[in-house]
Design a protein around this ligand. Structure first.
Ligand code: MN3
Length: 207
């Protein structure tokens, strides 16, 4: 079964003014679609069928070497963007008390978390992602290059034991139309569109 780009769970313009409609259209309809197309080509060439994208990226060793790089890049791209659309929304939703407690345990305050998350996005040189992860319930921040995901494990640019519950795409295509070179402004704006109810749900699933 070929992979498909999931529909956005809100309108393209729903995240305005923080993330503009044109960026969302190009990002979802062009960039994400390209990852899906390339992933489908790679799994067809590899003769892989019936695996979820999460199964693929968490076990890259099982992918034939000839297609492993493509599955890492494009499977990661599909997985990361599918998550990205869901952890954002026009409504912030309510943060669970469990997530709130875990954030205050791991960081001095919510602002301290935001500053450190922003720093992770700012110090990721070139293209990649910054993540808030649950490591057996303990919250940690990390970043990955390109379309790598913490779930890929150390060997493939990820980490060991960290499950991402919130991520921000810091590739230039995610912000350049509206923010040009101002990645910091984009990350600051991002906090206005985080769907904390969804992040809370994802956190609870790691416990
Ligand atoms: Mn992107």
């Amino acid at each position: 079964m070929a992979f498909e780009v999931p529909d956005l769970p809100y309108d393209y313009s729903a995240l305005e003014p923080y993330i503009d409609e044109e960026t969302m259209r190009i990002h979802h309809d062009k960039h994400h679609a390209a990852y899906v197309n390339m992933l489908n080509g790679a799994i067809e060439a590899a003769g892989i069928d019936g695996k979820s994208v999460k199964e693929l990226i968490t076990d890259l060793d099982s992918v034939p070497e000839a297609q492993r790089g493509a599955v890492r890049n494009h499977g990661g791209g599909h997985f990361n963007h599918s998550m990205f659309w869901e952890v954002m929304g026009p409504v912030n939703g309510e943060m669970s008390s469990g997530l709130n407690s875990a954030l205050l345990e791991a960081f001095d305050s919510l602002d301290d978390f935001k500053a450190k998350f922003q720093s992770a996005g700012m110090t990721r040189f070139g293209s990649g992602w910054a993540w808030l992860c649950s490591n057996n319930g303990k919250l940690e921040i990390c970043s990955t290059a390109n379309q790598d995901n913490p779930l890929m494990g150390n060997k493939y640019g990820g980490t060991d034991g960290e499950i991402p519950i919130l991520g921000i795409d810091v590739w230039e295509h995610a912000y350049y139309l509206n923010y040009q070179n101002l990645r910091a402004d984009y990350i600051t704006a991002f906090f206005n569109v985080v769907n904390w109810a969804e992040v809370s749900k994802r956190y609870s699933e790691t416990l």
